[in-house]
Design a protein around this ligand. Structure first.
Ligand SMILES: Nc1nc2c(ncn2[C@@H]2O[C@H](COP(=O)(O)OP(=O)(O)O)[C@@H](O)[C@H]2O)c(=O)[nH]1
Ligand SMILES: [Mg+2]
Length: 708
């Protein structure tokens, strides 16, 4: 039996690491009788976090798909990792979720992770409910946590519940939506409904009115009813809440103890009653415009939101059915690369427990194996239908490291293994840099890198070591220089002869034509690494035949690719060839190429050469308490502070920092701030390297050349 779209609820669990998402998922599965007993993080026995690596680290690294039947609904639960290094897993989960459950830790309040995740839910327009967890914790402070959430996320954050007694003795929740009190037995589980005690009644009523008003606010008919009658009946209230939640006009707050199994049933009830089904959400956007309704009678359309290679199983693909009904045996086409794919089996999963099903309908989530050439972000449809679901926009990497080349035999194996991981992890980039002669791994953070290393070593049995990545400097010049060079060689029979007179100048757009030269032809070339080479042919009177111009340009390019200062790429130079000599017998391409390279190098050294370095825009979000430490650390990194901003309880620092000063920044920021800061970075520009540093780099390159 499969579930109708309207009975499906796709929920992503989000929150700062350690707030209790994985434990909460376990509790939901147990309450829904999907599992006979609850596992624990400490024993590595939870349904989510089932991979060996997660068990060993005691933390979620991947998103995990689970499902529980609750009343009329199939609730698909996606547990996500809280650590910012694995934010790609969160984003892909949010793509297919219709509601997010933002979990807060009552003992810690709103944390940096919460802030970052909140931004993603806003960006992706995901209806969101808050769950304040760990109410049993001795340091639990529900009111403070609620207040922080309202301060930070707005007055649409509205409490639907509060705990009567926090800490060790926690056993009662006042529910202002239903106007009852839930009292839990010692071991948790199903609560007993009791009337709200008199002492709490006024507070509960006030909360109730506030949420009724919020529910009425977004619908005119309901607002009129509310003014007429002074309240709403149960159906009206539910309908108002549905609208407000779906439009992100209300963010209900619940409370629970995942560990003690108190409160999860009521939250599943709310998800069943009020949270949107996939059919209630706006239609999915397609690449290139157009939309697709979530409708089981539509053409089957399957979107892969995640893949993971598992030992013994191979590549597992997790998907959402955006339209139609899919069955095992269906033949589809991957609209990304035109591969035909046969869906051999369809399963629903609870972590590693998988059950095959006969079909899945529009809106549902599931998994399959053995797709030939399909990856995250790909769409499968019937042949002839070319729809592609709008792709997930993954964040760019934040840190880089070079991979120390292993022995010759292992290099190929290592690259193959890395590419498998790269295929399933869109937040990772592996770059074989020609300029740096290094394999560079671009990742989200140190932990992300460590996990990749761990997987390569454990699964593939290859030792992988990191080393400091080189910096992709650029070289340019600051003034004009001109000179000539004659290449002449007499060896036995035919010789080599070529003489080139060359002027070089810093190039910029709109610069005047060269002074005193007669320009015959020019090529303005955008270089593959950025910047420009302008190549002017200014020969008059045929001192060099124009058939040699290509060879001369090649000679220049060979130095532009391996600059005279540090062997880095050169950019933004205008080269004018204005005179020379050739020999009727001995001149050839090779001779002119060599002469050109030599005179370019000579000129370059006399043209006040300048090394440029990549500068990155850095944006750091941190709490007040660590702001000073973050700033003084930035000062040691040649940072230029661009601005500061307050975001709720957090400070945002914007700075420009040279890439050379960002090595291991993610780990050092973590240790300076005990994890209370996050950063993103993006390439900004190339800027001149300070004189002293340039001198050192040039010296280092010289001695490298000498020892080579
Ligand atoms: N006291 C208490 N501890 C909890 C609760 N929920 C989770 N924990 C503990 O908090 C730690 C982190 O839990 P986990 O579920 O892995 O958090 P996640 O990172 O959000 O998935 C574990 O040691 C859990 O046992 C709770 O409700 N109360
Ligand atoms: Mg977890």
């Amino acid at each position: 039996m499969s579930f109708e779209s309207k009975n499906i609820r796709n929920v992503a669990l989000l929150g700062h690491s350690g707030c209790g998402k994985t434990t909460f998922a376990e509790t939901m599965l147990f309450e829904a009788k999907e599992i006979p007993r609850r596992g624990t993080i400490e024993a590595g026995s939870t349904v989510s976090d089932y991979t060996n690596i997660e068990k060993e680290k005691g933390n979620s690294i991947f998103s995990t798909l689970m499902h529980a039947k609750w009343k009329d609904s199939k609730i698909n639960i996606i547990d996500t990792p809280g650590l910012d290094d694995f934010v790609g897993e969160v984003i892909s989960s949010l793509k297919v979720a219709d509601t997010s459950v933002m979990m807060l830790n009552a003992a810690a309040g709103v944390e940096v992770g919460t802030e970052i995740l909140w931004e993603y839910t806003l960006k992706m327009n995901t209806p969101t409910i808050f769950v304040v967890n760990q109410i049993d914790h001795e340091k639990s402070d529900f009111d403070a946590t609620l207040e922080q959430a309202i301060n930070r996320f707005g007055t649409n954050v509205i409490p639907f519940q509060y705990p009567l007694n926090q800490g060790y003795g926690f056993d009662s929740i006042i529910d202002a939506l239903r106007m009852v009190m839930y009292v839990f037995p010692v071991g948790g589980g199903k609560p007993e409904k009791q009337p709200i005690p008199d002492s709490e009644l006024a507070k509960a009523k006030e909360m109730h009115n506030a949420l009724v008003e919020a529910a009425a606010e977004n619908d005119e008919t309901l607002m009129e009813r509310y003014f007429e009658v002074g309240t709403l009946n149960e159906d009206e209230l539910a309908s108002g809440l549905r609208i407000a939640l779906a439009n992100q006009e209300i963010f209900p707050v619940f409370c629970c103890s995942a560990l003690m199994n108190k409160g999860s049933g009521r939250i599943m009830g709310f998800i069943n009653d009020i949270c949107p089904s996939p059919a209630d959400r706006p239609p999915a956007r397609l690449e290139g415009g157009g939309v697709l309704e979530c409708n089981s009678s539509g053409d089957p359309t399957v979107f892969i939101y995640k893949t993971l290679s598992e030992p013994q199983v191979g590549m597992v693909s997790y998907f959402k059915v955006y339209s139609g009904i899919i069955k095992p045996g269906d033949e589809f086409v991957n609209n990304e690369n035109r591969t035909s794919e046969r869906i051999s089996q369809i399963s629903v999963s609870n972590g590693k427990i998988r059950d095959n099903v006969n079909e899945l309908r529009a809106g549902d989530l599931g998994m399959t194996v053995k797709l030939k050439d399909t990856h995250s972000n790909d769409t499968l449809t019937n042949k002839g239908n070319e729809d592609i679901i709008e792709k997930i926009d993954f964040p760019s990497p934040r840190i880089r490291a070079a991979i120390k080349p292993p022995g010759k035999n292992d290099m190929e194996k290592l690259m193959k293994a890395l590419h498998t991981i790269e295929e399933e992890d869109p937040t990772l980039i592996i770059e074989q840099s020609r300029q740096l002669k290094q394999t560079i791994l671009h990742a989200q953070g140190q932990l992300h890198m460590d996990i990749i290393k761990y997987r390569i070593e454990k699964v593939n049995g290859i030792t992988m070591e990191f080393e400091r990545p080189k910096i992709p400097y650029r070289e340019t010049i600051q003034k004009m220089a001109q000179d000539s060079y004659r290449h002449k060689k007499q060896s036995g029979g035919s010789g080599q002869f070529g003489e080139v007179h060359m002027r070089i100048e810093p190039y910029y757009e709109g610069m005047p034509e060269p002074d005193g030269l007669n320009v015959r032809s020019k090529e303005i070339e955008e270089l593959p690494w950025g910047g420009t080479l302008a190549f002017y042919w200014c020969i008059v009177g045929g001192s060099i035949d124009s058939k040699y111009s290509n060879a001369i340009k090649k000679g220049v390019m060979s130095k532009m690719e391996e600059g005279p200062l540090t062997g880095s790429y050169c950019q933004d130079i205008r080269v004018c060839i204005y005179d020379g000599k050739m020999h009727a017998v001995d001149s050839n391409d090779m001779a002119f190429m060599i002469a050109s390279t030599m005179v370019f190098k000579k000129n370059f050294e006399n043209a006040s050469p300048q090394l440029l370095e990549p500068i990155y825009d850095l944006e750091i979000l941190c709490s007040d308490t660590v702001m000073g430490d973050v700033m003084s650390d930035l000062q040691t990194r040649r940072a230029i502070i661009q601005g500061m901003d307050t975001e709720g309880h957090y400070q945002k620092i914007m700075a420009k920092v040279p890439l050379a000063e960002l090595y291991k920044y993610s780990s050092s920021l973590r240790s300076i701030t005990q994890g209370r800061a996050k950063f993103t970075r993006s390439f900004a520009e190339y800027a001149p390297v300070p004189h002293e540093i340039q001198k050192e780099l040039v010296m280092a390159y010289k001695s490298e050349l000498e020892t080579a």
